[in-house]
Design a protein around this ligand. Structure first.
Ligand code: DX5
Ligand code: ZN
Length: 225
């Protein structure tokens, strides 16, 4: 199993995002960019146009996490930023009406498609789409803000998904966790079966972001199942 580390720049210096991204460019796999609309979550980050500029300047491919309403519309829209450097677009299950069609439209743009579930959403809702989707994101905090505590109780969802993914032989489906991932929590998430890790404050509140990314990867590899 490969381990992927995706630093989230939500709590990085917003006035120097390109430089913040550059600090981890040798060691991170992707940059995780959180798009919030102040409706799906009580916080706002970037407009579509601002996102396009950030993506364009980034030295690493972008893993977009859409925390917005009307994801059936916005998912495929953001997927058109592939030529600017978007690698994957993740929509929230709770914000879609026609998930299967939205997955198809996103993939039709040539980007990978992820589906995220909030802490209160049961894992069963993604069972039937596991072979259509490229990644499932299990939120390990309530979406909206960085710096919250990791919710260990979400690990049963990760374990269930890992067993479904392995059973169905859909090994191409990545299993991502987002929220509270740090040196103290990544072992548990990796041991539960996650392979793709978002870390925001752990990376950018540190004096040495690249060093933390390397250490996170080391720990995830050491405790993977
Ligand atoms: C929260 C975002 C996360 C956030 C994680 O809604 O989706 O990506 O940046 O931040 P930390 O790692 O600080 O929990
Ligand atoms: Zn996120």
């Amino acid at each position: 199993m490969t381990v992927r580390i995706c630093p989230s720049v939500l709590n990085a210096d917003q006035n120097n995002l390109a430089q913040e991204i550059e600090r981890v460019k040798e060691v991170a796999d992707f940059i995780h960019l959180d798009i919030m609309d102040d409706k799906f979550v009580p916080n706002f980050t970037y407009s579509f146009e601002q996102t396009r500029k950030i993506v364009k300047q980034s030295l690493l491919p972008i893993d977009l996490h859409l925390m917005v309403n009307e994801a059936d519309y916005w998912g495929p829209q953001y997927a058109t930023l592939k030529s600017n450097g978007v690698f994957s677009v993740t929509v929230h299950f709770e914000a879609t009406k026609d998930l299967s069609q939205t997955i198809s439209l996103i993939k039709a743009e040539g980007v990978r498609c992820g589906v995220a579930i909030k802490p209160a959403t049961p894992v069963a809702v993604v069972k039937e789409i596991l072979d259509k989707v490229d990644m499932v994101l299990v939120m390990t905090v309530e979406p909206g803000f960085g710096g919250q505590s990791f919710m260990s109780e979400m690990m049963s969802k990760v374990q269930t998904l890992r067993s479904w993914i392995d059973d169905k032989d859909v090994a191409h489906t990545w299993l991502q966790v987002d929220g509270g991932i740090a040196l103290a929590t990544i072992d548990e998430a990796s041991a539960s079966g996650a392979d793709t890790f978002v870390a925001g404050s752990a990376v950018y509140k540190s004096e040495n972001p690249a060093g933390i990314v390397e250490e996170l990867r080391k720990r995830a590899l050491a405790s993977r199942r």
